[in-house]
Design a protein around this ligand. Structure first.
Ligand SMILES: [Zn+2]
Length: 176
């Protein structure tokens, strides 16, 4: 019953359609890229074109395909067709930041073009992901030090422990 109700949510329908339209191209391009560029070096346009590799056109095609998927995700999130939190869980923050950095050479020319807004949306999405990642790391540090998971304040009280700064009670850390 519950899952049926979720499926009837028009926002979620739109969101799932959106994801499924991009999903196949996203997976195909990313799989090829991941197999091809195993080390952590930056990938440049010239580097790919000059590679003595008979499959370099397919590589270029995969890179363009991947970046086009990322652009569409960024625009979808910006226009609230696709949810930022869902993107974090499905596509993944670490992976997106990783490839955004390595494909800088492909991305920067578009960022310098003042009429190209989609790449600016992608850049904004990546900066949001970085902020969320940093928050998660900080939160983990607070938890490991026995501090308040919300603000990093000191926990006081013997029976019900409360944060001295934000006054929130201690909770189980299972559903962070
Ligand atoms: Zn607190």
């Amino acid at each position: 019953m519950h899952s049926l109700r979720i499926l009837q949510n028009p926002y979620l329908d739109k969101s799932l359609d959106f994801y499924h339209n991009i999903y196949k191209e996203f997976c195909t391009s990313l799989n090829r890229i991941e197999v091809k560029f195993l080390n952590n070096q930056d990938i440049t346009v010239q580097g790919v074109y000059n590679a003595p590799d008979e499959n370099k056109h397919e590589d270029m095609f995969a890179i363009r395909g991947y970046l086009s998927c990322m652009e569409r995700f960024a625009v979808g999130i910006d226009e609230e067709i696709y949810d930022f939190g869902v993107f974090e869980k499905t596509v993944g923050a670490v992976l997106t930041i990783h490839w955004f950095n390595r494909f800088k050479d492909f991305i920067i020319p578009h960022l310098c073009d003042e009429y190209n807004l989609t790449y600016k949306k992608l850049e904004f999405l990546v900066s949001r992901l970085k902020i969320e990642q940093e928050k998660k790391i900080l939160k983990q540090e607070w938890i490991s030090q026995g501090l308040c998971r919300h603000c990093g304040g000191k926990m006081v009280g013997r029976f019900t422990r409360k944060c001295k700064s934000c006054n929130r009670k201690e909770q189980s850390y299972v559903n962070s």
